[in-house]
Design a protein around this ligand. Structure first.
Ligand code: ADP
Length: 331
């Protein structure tokens, strides 16, 4: 049954339950009222026969009648209260079930997207490496041409390696990741990664900005490499034209802040929370232009969390995105 039909059916059942309950409550109200009038009439007749009262006015002053009236009002309030509690409980329950159901539907959609993209991500480098190797085997090529082909195969191989690394890391992050803290020269490490990235993407401008006396900090080296590589790769992937990236490092007595700013497509506010979900990618598999698995930012967030750090997504000015990571340092 399609999602829409299921949703419609659940709304119909809910509407029916609410209407049925409203009907039963109304019936209970009426019966309660009828019972009250019957008791009241009987009491009045008895009192008139016994000569205790002469008319309605005198009867309504009697303590027995007042007690009957109070009891009736209490019962009316009780029925109304019960009805409210039931309706609120029912609606809250249905709301929670709906939320859980649609979360599951979204997760399934993401898993499907992931399978589609991972198949593509694995197939295309394997196919191009194979093509290069076949060409090298079959033909005698001039050295520079052979070198060019081998370099492109190496690049594809590197992509494949990074993909597998990310897959392994995301599995590890859920079970066995323990940051191994060591004194790091963060600026040097980032410069090194940026230089490697610039080699692979000569069209990109990548700059580092930091204060002169930026200290060494205790962090997990592999974790930081993974964070920086994922954020830098994304800044290249989602650039709108030649990539312009700025990495900023700053520190205070208690914190170290790393910022990765790009001038790319930017991330709409409505997506800023969800991009950290596992396998989540903006848009749909059919319309998306870029390659990816939706694992990068999930990995980044998990590593930041393991460092007790904080990650924020901000808009860059005039356009693009800034990923800001804040680590707290001891002493
Ligand atoms: P992937 O890049 O494999 O899709 P990520 O988890 O790294 O997965 O990113 C999730 C989504 O967030 C991406 O699909 C992309 O739409 C968006 N995104 C991430 N980084 C940027 C960025 N620097 N600029 C614009 N969009 C980004």
């Amino acid at each position: 049954m399609s999602n829409l039909r299921l949703r419609l059916l659940s709304y119909i059942i809910m509407a029916y339950m609410l209407m049925a309950f409203a009907w039963w409550s109304l019936l209970l109200f009426t019966k309660n009222k009828d019972a009250f009038y019957a008791k009241r009439d009987l009491m009045e007749i008895r009192m008139i026969a016994e000569g205790l009262v002469k008319n309605d006015g005198e009867f309504e002053q009697m303590a027995d009648y007042q007690e009957l009236l109070t009891k009736y009002k209490r019962q009316e309030r009780m029925i109304f209260g019960e009805a409210c509690v039931f309706v609120i409980t029912l609606l809250t329950g249905v709301w929670f079930i709906n939320q859980a159901y649609f979360r599951e539907v979204r997760a399934n959609q993401q898993r499907r997207n992931f399978l589609l993209s991972i198949t593509h991500e694995l197939k295309s480098p394997i196919a191009s490496i194979r093509l290069v190797l076949e060409t090298l085997l079959r033909r005698e090529l001039p050295k520079d041409k052979a070198n060019q082909l081998a370099t492109s195969a190496l690049k594809e191989n590197e992509r494949l390696y990074e993909l597998v690394e990310n897959l392994l890391l995301s599995a590890k992050l859920e079970t066995a990741y323990q940051p191994h803290f060591e004194q790091l020269n963060l600026a040097e490490l980032l410069e090194d990664l940026m230089a490697k990235l610039a080699d692979r993407h000569p069209e990109a401008t990548i700059a580092l900005e930091k204060n002169d006396d930026f200290p060494t900090v205790k962090l997990d080296k592999q974790g930081i490499i993974s964070i920086a590589n994922n954020l830098l790769e994304n800044a290249i992937k989602y650039a709108d034209g030649p990539p312009e990236i700025e990495v900023r490092l700053s520190s205070s007595e208690k914190t170290v802040v790393m910022e990765f700013a790009d001038k790319g497509t930017g991330i709409p506010d409505s997506e800023k929370k969800r991009i950290f979900d596992k396998f989540y990618r903006i848009g749909s598999e059919e319309t998306r232009q870029t390659k990816g698995t939706g694992l990068g930012l999930y990995i980044v967030q998990q590593i930041v969390k393991a460092h007790n750090g904080r990650i924020q997504v901000l808009d860059n000015q005039p356009k693009g995105t800034v990923f800001k990571i804040t680590f707290t340092v001891d002493g």
